[in-house]
Write a protein that binds this ligand. Structure first.
Ligand SMILES: C[S@@+](CC[C@H](N)C(=O)[O-])C[C@H]1O[C@@H](n2cnc3c(N)ncnc32)[C@H](O)[C@@H]1O
Length: 282
């Protein structure tokens, strides 16, 4: 891990330099996420609810507990609190425009003989990405086809929410075209519930992206967006290689706008589709 060798800031309010290093290493070991120096505020604000719930006085008390015999549930809560789960429906219009206009039509044509499409939303968070893909495919009216979208994440808490397919008004306001809200959601109290049809196309399960992906279904399309940015170079390389093992010739990988395979894995070929870049396995 490259950044851990840097010294933590000398004056981190509350959190001691020793415990700062401990939390950096702890998070890296459990998730692969690299927290740079100078992020005391982030650690403290994210862990505050746990500190309160455990009746602890300070973040240093929490570190003491984690260093000793903290129950596994507490360890999980700490890691889950430190993952960034920001996501939204149809995130990055360049990608979804390309999917709608060229990538999905080409994929459907290529799969017309077997009528089966497998998609993986790795780092799915609360599910908006996986459901956006399912909605786009449902819109194609592919009667008689088997369409499966798998959503995975390290964080079980966000996956539980994803599996419910129920979203707040503020969440459907972000990115979801009104025509899809009207067609695929129903109002439940103040929330919006996705239709059983769309939900039945998507399954969620926990997966650490650093784990071996052997045995996962060959995917035609893999979305691994806005998660590689949290890892160091070695971890990114390992994950990109593992993802390759779940793809077949012609499958496409989609990364976040700030992510690339360049200098990490030469086996992917960058294919521009409109303003978006896809990475194809030759
Ligand atoms: C910023 S969200 C990205 C969500 C979605 N892909 C998007 O672009 O909108 C990053 C997700 O990566 C997950 N994550 C972090 N480390 C992970 C790991 N080692 N394995 C699997 N998922 C991880 C987090 O829990 C979080 O939900």
């Amino acid at each position: 891990m490259q950044t851990l060798s840097k010294m933590p800031p000398a004056s981190s309010a509350g959190l001691s330099p020793d415990n700062y290093t401990f939390l950096q290493q702890y998070l890296y070991r459990e998730s692969g996420i690299v927290i740079d120096c100078g992020k005391s505020y982030l650690l403290e604000s994210r862990l505050l609810p746990i500190i309160k719930a455990e009746n602890l006085s300070t973040i240093n008390d929490l570190c003491r507990l984690l260093r000793a015999t903290a129950p596994p549930a507490l360890k999980t809560k700490v890691i889950e609190s430190l993952t960034t789960n920001e996501t939204l429906f149809f995130r990055d219009s360049n990608v979804f425009d390309a999917l709608e206009k060229s990538v999905l039509p080409q994929l459907i044509e290529a799969k017309n003989d077997i009528k089966r499409i497998n998609i993986w939303s790795a780092a799915a968070s609360t599910g908006q990405e996986a459901y956006s893909l399912a909605i786009l495919l449902a819109e194609r009216g592919l009667t008689g086809w088997s369409i499966q979208v798998l959503g995975t994440d390290l964080n079980q808490q966000v996956l539980d929410r994803a599996a419910q397919g129920r979203y707040l008004q503020i969440e459907v306001n972000r990115g979801l075209p009104a025509k899809y809200l009207v067609k695929h959601f129903t109002r439940v109290g103040l929330d919006w519930q996705l239709s059983p049809t769309i939900r039945s196309m998507v399954k969620f399960r926990q997966l650490d992206l650093r784990a071996s992906m052997r045995g996962m279904a060959p995917f035609d399309l893999v979305f691994c967006r806005n998660v590689l940015i949290y890892f160091d170079v070695d971890t990114k390389k390992k994950i990109l290689a593992e993802i390759r093992s779940t793809m077949r010739s012609g499958s496409l990988l989609v990364l976040g706008a700030a992510e690339t395979t360049l200098n990490l894995d030469d086996n992917y070929v960058r294919v521009p589709h409109g303003a978006a870049a896809f990475y194809r396995l030759p």
